[in-house]
Structure formats: C-alpha cells, structure tokens
Write a new protein. Structure first.
Lengths: 307, 272
C-alpha cells in the first residue's frame, strides 16, 4: 500500500505543481524518485511532526496541497493539537499520511503502534479519515483525498499481498465494500488486517459457517447506510481492527447500532483496553494479541458457540 | 494623523471594545500597539485596503492570538471590519472572538490562540511565497512567554534551515506572562543569544518607540541578509494605562467602574 501511495503522489505532483511531499525524517530511499524529479516540491522537516503539520497548514492557506507523511503514531498523538487547530479548525487542504498502521512496527512496540489513531482523529470536525486495506483501495483513496479541498488522514499499512478486489469490483470512497457475502454473520473490518479476516472467514466456511465481510475503508464519513443494511440482515455482528476496540471501527459500528435500535449482538475484536503485547514481525505480534488469522477465527468461533 | 496619534486611537479602541465586550486580554494587546501601528500605518506591511485578499499582500500572523484586540482595532482603521463589527467583540454571533479565526474576517491570516503555533504557520506561508516567487513578506508577532513552548524552537530551527529571508518575527517582549514575570516563571534569557544561536538575524529595539520600530522594519525589508529575521521589541505589558503597566493580574482582569475612571483619564476617553 505504501508503494501505491508513493506512486500516486508522484503522479499527482507531476500533474499539479501545488502538490508537495512533506516528511519528518522518514521515507529513506522511497522518496528518491520524487526528490530527484520534483526537488522544489519536497520538504524534509526533520524530527518535528507537529511543526511539519503546522507548516503544512500555512502552505495550504496559500493554495498548496501538502501531503505530510510520517509514522502515524507520531502524527495522531504528538501532532494532535496541530492537526486539530492548524488543519481541522481552519479546514485547510492538508493530507496527513500516517504509515505503520496498527502494529506494523512490530519489533519496536507500542511507541510506534498506530492503535488508537482512528479513535482520537475520528473526533475531529472537517477531517476525512481513510483506512485502505488493499492497494486498489489505496490508489482510489489517495486520489479521492487529493480531490477533497480539506483535511484528510490516510492510514497506511505495510501489506504487499495479492489484491482482494476482483477486476470488476469498485472502490467507492465513502462507501464500504462488501468483499464477500455470507449467511451467519457480518464482519466489518478496516485496514490491512482485512486479509486476516478474509482468511479467517475461509476457515469458518470449513465449519459450515459463512460470513459477509465488509471493508470499511472510509471511516469518516462513516457509511451508516451500509452498516444499517448489514445489521438488519445479520443477527451476529463482528468488527475486526488492528486498533483499540474503544473508539475505532468497533466504536463507530456500535454507535450506528445503538442509534438504529439494533438488537443484534456486537463483538468487537481488536486490542481490548491494552497496548499491544510482544515484539516481532507484525504477524508475530498479531499472533500474541490474537489478531492473526487463527486468533480471529477462534474468537469468532467461540462467540458463535456461546450463542 | 501622526503615528503617535494613531497609536493613541488604537489604544482607545482596545479599551472601548474590551469594555463593551466585557472580555479580552487588554494588557497583552496594549503592549503591541506601537508594533502594529508601525506595521499597518508606517508604510511597512504591503496591503490593499480595497482588496483584502490581494494575492501579493504581505501576511501577518498574530501568534499571540489573545492580543486580538489590537489586531481588530487596526483592521477597523483600515476598513476591513466596521465599527459595528468591532463593537460586537466576543458576543454571540460575532465574527470577532477572543482569539482570531482565519476566514471569519479579512486580515486574519491564521487561527491562533493556543500558543506556539503561529511561527510554524508563518513558515508555511513563507515557503509557499518562495515557491510561487512572490516578493511578499510574512510577519509573525510572538510573545516572549510564548517562547516557553518547544514548538517555537522547532520552527526557529526550520526557518533558519530553509534560510527564510522573507520571514520576520517581531517578538513583543513585555517580560510578563499570565502569572508573573517570565524571569520568575521560566527564564528565557539570554533571548538574543538564543535566537542568534538558532541562526536568526536579531535586532533589539524599544517596542514603544515608533521611530525605532519603523526604522528597524524598513531596514529589515531592505536587508540582503539571507536568514530569517527577528526584531526583539522590548515593551511594557498594559502600556498606556497607569495601573496596568507591568502588573501581571491585568493579563486577565477587566477594570471595574472606578478603574475605568482612570482609563478615561489616561487615554483622554470621554465617550466611555
């Protein structure tokens, strides 16, 4: 997904000289082409995420379209007030690009995990919040972000896996995508853990349990229409996110369910009021925190068995 | 009207507006009166009263946004807002809040209020101007207490790194912050050496001497130094109101009726 983002921002910068790439000492090598071909449109602000976001807002007030890129954890938390006041309150055209979604930086631990970013940023007025699961989603959403004249946060994971979307399937910004239909439950997912969800759903099929899986690549605005439709069809509702279950995707679905008077049971799968445990590859850390395929499968199976 | 007379009128407007609105950081606004008068009426800031959004205008970011009263008073004098709008300060439905907001009225180039934001925002403007090859200058007015925010120094490093010679900070150095003197709370000294060490061109002046301010700003405008510049303007918080000068409590307080009598006498105000 990151390489998709970089390709798209390169193409946008070639077409529109107002598109700028801002980094905070992050992106070794991957920005080489951009720096070589558009040196005037590239700024490394050093290790100062708040300043980068704040300066980006100043640039945007003059008609520039800065894409400010670094580790999502440092943007959502350290730079939060700058995102809130300089970008969102002034409704300025800044694209905030957070890499390392979820526990991508598995070896480094919670300091680098973006596992509460959706929750804190979702509260901000004027902000569009995008969380692609696949390269196809990332491509469409980066261009969508460019075409919005306002603040956008793009949450990028690291996956390099095969595309989940078939050629005939479309990504519609602002609308969730039904990746597959099933009988026994609906699972809402966001970000690249959607791959684990799809695999867990395949395992459930071996137990004769079928699931509808929905990729909620746009967290804000939230596709309440699709969620409403799904919760009216399915009696069991799951959310899976590589994020705290407080305030993130699970929180957003819970809000819709409560407001619609939905009586289905919601099970939120993610980090339950805890920082991620363990170190290792992203997959190993997911495993420790029961967010790998097996963990997701077991949790869902247990919920089903308990009725 | 001389600059001294304009400065006096701006002070009167600050007091009238605060009194009517029942709000505002009066003393913080009063310390910046001569700085703002020199910028707007001393032939420094490039703007077009008939076209507030002229693309090649100079932009001023009031980083110490709580001094909004001085900005609003100046903007009224150049016709960006009406007397009626000024009189609505801090009332429901007004576009003039205690902290200025971008987009609500012309002449406010950034939303400020939380300290330590204005300089980075101004840096973004200065970089954009450079990219667009505009000759416009960007000014940011900071308070000295504000320099206790770490973000100011992140910005200071960055401006020097990018050699933003189209950027000028005017530091309204009144040596007081909300609760006491900056020296007693967290000392900033030696301030000149700090900014120098961060790669800025530094000048120190008396921030109430209009000749000194205008000279410094004109020299700054014409200077060929390829560094960001800072003018440290030594000021008196509450300047012009005898009982407010250098008294920390006036960061927050509004005068009572007895004190307003002294304000009237100090400023020669007979319509309040």
């Amino acid at each position: 997904m990151r390489s998709t983002y970089l390709k798209e921002v390169y193409r946008l910068a070639a077409e529109d000289r107002n598109v700028l790439s801002l980094v905070a000492d992050n992106g070794m090598i991957v920005y080489d082409d951009f720096k070589r071909d558009f040196p005037e449109q590239y700024f490394n602000f050093g290790i100062s995420e708040g300043h980068m976001i704040n300066a980006a807002a100043g640039m945007a007030s003059c008609g520039k379209i800065p894409f400010a890129y670094t580790i999502g954890a440092f943007l959502a938390y350290r730079a939060f007030e700058f995102i809130r006041l300089d970008v969102c309150l002034q409704n300025l055209n800044v694209k905030i690009v957070g890499i390392g979604a979820g526990m991508s930086y598995g070896y480094l631990g919670p300091t680098h995990h973006a596992t509460e970013d959706i929750a804190v940023l979702r509260t901000l007025p004027n902000l569009t919040l995008l969380s692609p699961a696949t390269a196809k989603e990332a491509k469409v959403l980066v261009n969508y972000a460019y075409n919005i004249n306002g603040p956008v946060y793009i949450r990028l994971g690291n996956n390099l896996k095969e595309e989940l979307y078939g050629d005939e399937m479309k990504v519609v910004p602002g609308k969730g995508t039904v990746l597959q239909k099933g009988r026994d439950m609906v699972i809402f997912s966001t970000g690249d853990i959607t791959y684990q969800v799809m695999e867990a759903a395949r395992r459930l099929e071996q137990d004769d349990i079928t699931a509808t899986v929905v990729s909620m690549h746009t967290i804000k605005p939230f596709d309440e229409e699709l969620v409403s439709e799904m919760i009216s069809i399915h009696k069991k509702v799951f959310t899976v996110e590589e994020h705290s279950i407080i305030g993130g995707l699970g929180g957003a679905v819970a809000e819709v369910m409560a407001e619609k008077g939905c009586t289905a049971v919601l099970n939120r799968i993610g980090l339950n009021n805890t920082f991620a445990h363990g170190y290792g590859t992203q997959e190993q850390v997911r495993q420790v925190n029961e967010l790998d395929v097996s963990g997701i499968y077991q949790t869902i199976k247990k919920c089903i068995q308990e009725g | 009207m001389s600059l001294e007379e304009i400065a006096k009128e701006v002070r009167r407007d600050i007091m009238r507006t605060a009194y009517k609105g029942g709000s505002g950081h009066i003393a913080s606004a009063l310390s910046a009166v001569e700085i703002m008068t020199a910028l707007y009426f001393g032939g420094i800031l490039r703007y077009d009263p008939a076209n507030p959004y002229w693309e090649d205008r100079d932009k001023l970011v009031l980083s110490k946004g709580h001094a909004s009263l001085v900005l609003y008073s100046v903007l009224k004098r150049i016709g960006y807002i009406t007397q009626k709008e000024l009189d609505s300060f801090c009332s429901p439905g007004s576009a003039l809040g205690g902290e200025p907001r971008l987009g609500d009225i012309p002449g406010v180039e950034a939303t400020t209020g939380s300290l330590g934001h204005g300089l980075s925002f101004a840096i973004g403007i200065a970089i954009a101007n450079r990219l667009d090859k505009r000759s416009s200058r960007t000014y940011a007015i900071l308070g000295d207490g504000e320099c206790q925010e770490g973000s100011v120094w992140e910005a200071a490093l960055s401006a020097a790194h990018y050699r933003l010679d189209n950027l000028t900070v005017i530091l309204d150095c009144n040596s007081l912050q909300a609760m006491d003197s900056t020296e007693n709370i967290v000392s900033l000294n030696p301030l000149m050496e700090k900014w120098n060490g961060f790669g800025w061109s530094v000048v120190e002046i008396n921030g109430h001497d209009l000749d000194q301010i205008c000279t410094a700003l004109k020299e700054d405008r014409e200077s060929a130094i390829t560094k960001p510049r800072i003018i440290i303007a030594h000021t008196i918080k509450g300047k012009g109101i005898s009982f407010m000068e250098n008294v920390p409590i006036w960061h927050y307080r509004m005068p009572n009726s007895e004190e307003m009598g002294i304000v009237r006498r100090d400023l020669g105000l007979d319509d309040l």
